[in-house]
Design a protein around this ligand. Structure first.
Ligand SMILES: [Zn+2]
Length: 82
């Protein structure tokens, strides 16, 4: 009977130590992460700018040139703007 209690206590103790080591490793990893992790870095600006025009700007539906939102005609191909 005492043998089983000792074995169970040993298993519980070893499990607790492993959990403690895992927690310490987690804390160390948390504090060793650089200021900007790869996933949280700034998004690619070039891709974002290609999808939508800048504020106050629009794209020519004929040639795709970026024009002022108030432009009546495209400055590149001369197409009339909607
Ligand atoms: Zn155009």
């Amino acid at each position: 009977m005492l043998y089983f209690v000792g074995a169970i206590l040993t298993i519980v103790l070893v499990g607790f130590v492993i959990l403690l080591i895992a927690a310490i490793l987690q804390i160390v990893a948390f504090f060793s992460i650089p200021e900007s992790p790869p996933g949280m870095g700034p998004p690619p600006v070039s891709g974002a700018m290609a999808q939508s025009p800048a504020p106050g700007m629009k794209f020519c539906p004929s040639c795709g040139a970026q024009l002022a939102a108030s432009a009546t005609f495209c400055s590149k191909c001369g197409a009339k703007q909607p």
